[in-house]
Each structure stands twice: as C-alpha cells, then as structure tokens.
Ligand binder design. Structure first.
Ligand SMILES: [Zn+2]
Length: 283
C-alpha cells in the first residue's frame, strides 16, 4: 500500500512517461526504437508498427477499436460517465480542472471506451483504455464502465475483450480507485462462472493496479511485442532492491518466457488471433 502514497505523478501509479510522446506534424517520423526515419503514411498503413524494426508505436483507444471491430465504434456504452471528484483532490492542480482539460484534449469523458460489435462476425464486448487520458488511470468511472461491460457479456453470453494501456489506479481518487480492482475482479469471477471467455490484451505500458487486477485475469493474457508490463516500474524496483535488473525485464517477451503471458502477438495478427482463440473457446 505504501507504493501508492509515495507517488506524486498525476499519471497514476505506474511509470510517468505515458504522455511524453512528442508528435511531429511532418510527413516523416523517427522510430523511437531503431532511429530510422519512416514515411508517416507507411507507418499508418502498417498499423503504427515500424516497417524497419517492428517496433509497436502506441495508438489511441479509438484507433484500436477500429482495428478490432468489423464496423469500428458503431456501438458505444456509457460515454457520458464522468468522475465526481469525491475527494475534492488537489495536486499540482485541482483534479476537476485536470479532468476538464483532459476531456477537452481527448474528446473523451474518461480513460476507457466501452464498445460492442462484431469481431470477424462474432459479437464481442470490447473495452479499450486510453493512455492519453491521465495515463489511462483507473478511477470510479473506468471501474463502472468495465463492470457494466462484464455484465453485458454475462447477459448476452458474448466474449469480453479488454485492451489495457495504463499507469495504474488513479491516485486523485484515492481509496475509491483502489476499490475498482476488487469490483472488476469480482465481476470477472461471475463471468468465469458463466463460462464466458475473457481475453486480456496488454499493450505498452500496462502497469500498477490495472496489471494487478483485470489485465492479468484473462482466460488468455496476451501482449503486443515490446510492451512494458509490470506492477511497479523498473526504476522504482531498482531503487528499492538496489540491484540492476536483467535486460528486457518487464517487457512482453521476457514475461512470456517466465510464464506470465500466454502469447505475444504482433498487432497485424491480433484480430485473427483473437478470432481463432474464440473459435476454440466457443465450439
Ligand atoms: Zn524502428
């Protein structure tokens, strides 16, 4: 629990670099991994994956919905839910001001899109976290939207897919944000008892209370290549244990080798992969 009280970052309890991606407006973009200059259109056509080295750039939630559902964001739920700022929290600025600013810049009310629709013709409930909205942090709104998505899955016996990208629990909502871990986990238990499949997709970065709850509770937990996945970030662990961490620690491939993930799936193959997995689950 001390982990939560030490953090001063407004980005939740994970690594604070979630929002630092610099956007250049030109035709070209430098790959943040291999350093090659890439034609922006080539990057777009390649689903924001570097054609030279395969590095997966972060993408926004709306784009992700478009990649997974056959008809994109045609059916959205609870888009109007907003946090009530129950603690009247103030860090470097009042929380209600931070929320208003985020709502303006992202066009979203909170850090998750709850959608439903066909994935290769099979209806699924899909929740996608938006990293740009206060680091994809989980507060009461995310907890409620995901829980309602689980309840819809239960009601219509459709599979649930959650795509995570998050710094963790939303510190501005204090203990209320932490209660969402238990709330969502309990709802997932009911989904499990009803034998409706839940596939968790972890993308760069998935950390803190999101990893510690629903992101690791899938019937299948799969990740994109190269994603940072953990509870505390590597810097915090190094400072705590005073040891250098091994190469690639907390990246998807390392976690797959050590049994924390079921698969690492490139973005271009993700939709087909999920579709096949659901075929297998739902024969
Ligand atoms: Zn590259």
């Amino acid at each position: 629990m001390a982990w939560f009280t030490r953090q001063k970052t407004p980005l939740g309890d994970g690594p604070p670099d979630g929002e630092k991606k610099i956007r250049t407006e030109g035709l070209w973009q430098k790959c943040e991994h291999c350093g090659q200059i890439i034609w922006r259109k080539a990057l777009e056509e390649n689903m924001q994956v570097c054609p030279k080295c395969g590095w997966h750039f972060r993408i926004d939630a709306r784009t992700r919905v478009g990649m997974l559902l056959d008809n994109g964001l045609a059916e959205e739920f609870d888009a109007g839910l907003v946090s009530a700022d129950p603690l009247g929290f103030v860090d470097s600025k009042p929380y209600h001001e931070r929320l208003a600013m985020m709502q303006q810049t992202t066009g979203m009310r909170d850090a998750v899109i709850a959608a439903a629709g066909p994935l290769n013709g099979r209806r699924v409930q899909l929740c996608v976290l938006e990293l740009k909205f206060i680091g994809g942090s989980m507060g009461a709104v995310m907890g409620e939207k995901i829980t309602r998505a689980i309840e819809r899955s239960l009601a219509e016996k459709s599979p649930l897919i959650i795509v995570s990208a998050s710094g963790g629990a939303r510190m501005q909502e204090g203990a209320i944000s932490l209660m969402q871990l238990a709330k969502i986990s309990a709802a997932l238990m009911r989904l499990d008892e009803a034998k409706a499949p839940f596939i968790s997709i972890l993308t760069d970065p998935t950390t803190g209370g999101v990893t510690a709850s629903f992101a690791m509770l899938g019937d299948l937990n799969i990740a994109e290549p190269g994603a940072l996945i953990g509870f505390a970030g590597p810097r915090v662990i190094e400072q705590t244990i005073r040891q250098k961490l091994p190469e690639g620690f907390q990246r998807s491939e390392f976690l797959l080798q050590h049994g924390f993930l079921d698969a690492v799936v490139p973005r271009a193959e993700m939709k087909q992969w999920i579709s096949r997995a659901l075929d297998f689950f739902l024969v």
